[in-house]
Design a protein around this ligand. Structure first.
Ligand code: PLP
Length: 374
């Protein structure tokens, strides 16, 4: 089955008892069992397993071409639960440009667990290869990356990881499985903040891991989640499952809007640089074309004139709301350096843009008036 069909049907079997077409939301925290805890319908307690969550897990696994998927309370819960499952002393490389939460986790908490973390430019394969020479356990890639929109070579990084007996984990949040399937390119685990494109409406937090194999690591992560408890609530699973149904259709419009806006911005004198994988000017345009079906709905733009001019543009936008997060129907703009705070490494003249599903002429018009005013 094609991805568009899976997105509609995976995890979507009608309810056997009632014939209801949309999946029921099972809010029960506990499930009746036999006197010696014999399971009657496979479930015992919501933290350990829930039928609505299982439907979403099946859908995520189907969309990523995974053997198994696990859902979490947030993207950060997925990252943390996975990394905490790895043994102390694990050697990990993370991208120098990545979601700030991962960077802070690596700086503040992972060393407490005896993990050795290096931050590297993942687009520089020679540097990553050299860093692996003394041994490596996990390479973490985020592509396209947040917020610089760097594109890294998943297949090459997977091959490199595997020559060292290491794992490649890919944060696929920006691309979504519609545009990129890291497991098919050799990655071992895919991570998502389902808060973004999967949910798609800026109203549900969640995270997921999709595993290439149903192996000991998968079982250890599932067990750790059960014990440590950062589980996705059933209502969140239901909303996210609903988001899956329209994910391919939404991604198509996100992509065409983002490309048109990127082209417009590139031609403006007030703009210093546009970072969008679907533009031929992107340094990894050819790789992005090989690895992704389309350029995605995210872009970042650097404004000529520094921080003040950049904040003036952000302040003058009317349709793009100044807000963090991404992947919803509405367009958002964000001065990442301000949101990331003192530890930020993001240029102060950069705005990250989550291009929504409004009419492209309105989106371009809004940037045109904001650039003219600032
Ligand atoms: N990964 C990426 C690329 C993100 O953009 C985010 C959040 O913005 C996360 C992970 C963390 O996800 P969550 O906010 O759902 O915890």
């Amino acid at each position: 089955m094609r991805l568009e069909t899976l997105a509609i049907h995976a995890g979507g079997e009608y309810d056997l008892e009632t014939g209801a077409l949309t999946p029921p939301i099972h809010l029960a925290t506990t499930f009746r069992h036999g006197p010696a805890a014999e399971r009657i319908a496979g479930y015992e307690y919501q933290r350990e397993g829930n039928p609505t969550n299982d439907r979403l897990r099946a859908a995520v696994a189907a969309l990523e071409g995974a053997a198994q998927a696990i859902t979490f309370a947030s993207g950060m819960a997925a990252i943390t639960t996975l990394l905490e499952t790895l043994r102390p002393g694990t050697r990990l490389i993370i991208p120098s440009d990545c979601y700030a939460g991962l960077r802070l986790l690596a700086a503040e908490y992972l060393p407490e667990r005896g993990m050795q973390v290096q931050r590297l430019d993942m687009t520089d394969l020679a540097a990553v290869t050299a860093a692996c020479a003394n041994g490596i356990d996990v390479i973490w890639v985020e592509t396209p990356s947040n917020p610089m929109m760097q594109v890294s070579d998943i297949a090459a990084l997977a091959a490199l990881a595997h020559t060292h007996g290491a794992l490649l984990v890919a944060d696929n949040t920006f691309a979504s499985p519609v545009l990129q399937q890291p497991l098919a390119l050799g990655a071992d685990i895919v991570m998502h903040s389902t808060t973004k494109y999967f949910g798609g409406h800026s109203d549900v937090l969640g995270g997921a891991l999709a595993f290439a194999r149903e192996d000991d690591l998968y079982r250890a992560v599932a067990h750790r989640l059960h014990i440590t408890g950062a589980v996705m609530a059933p209502f969140n699973a239901w909303l996210t499952l609903r988001g899956c149904r329209s994910l391919p259709a939404r991604m198509a419009l996100h992509c065409s809007n983002a490309k048109a806006l990127a082209e417009f911005l590139s031609a403006q004198p007030q703009v210093e640089a546009v970072h969008y994988p679907g533009l031929p000017s992107h340094p990894a345009y050819d790789l992005a074309k090989r690895q992704m079906r389309d350029g995605g709905g995210m872009l970042s733009v650097q404004i000529a004139g520094g921080r003040e001019a950049t904040l003036a543009v952000a302040g003058a936008l009317k349709l793009f709301t100044n807000a963090t997060s991404l992947g919803g129907c509405e367009s958002l703009v964000e001065h990442r350096a301000s949101v990331e705070g003192a530890a930020s490494v993001t240029p102060h003249n950069l705005l990250r843009v989550s291009v929504g599903l409004e009419h492209i002429d309105d989106l371009v018009g809004d940037f045109a008036q904001a650039l003219a005013q600032a």
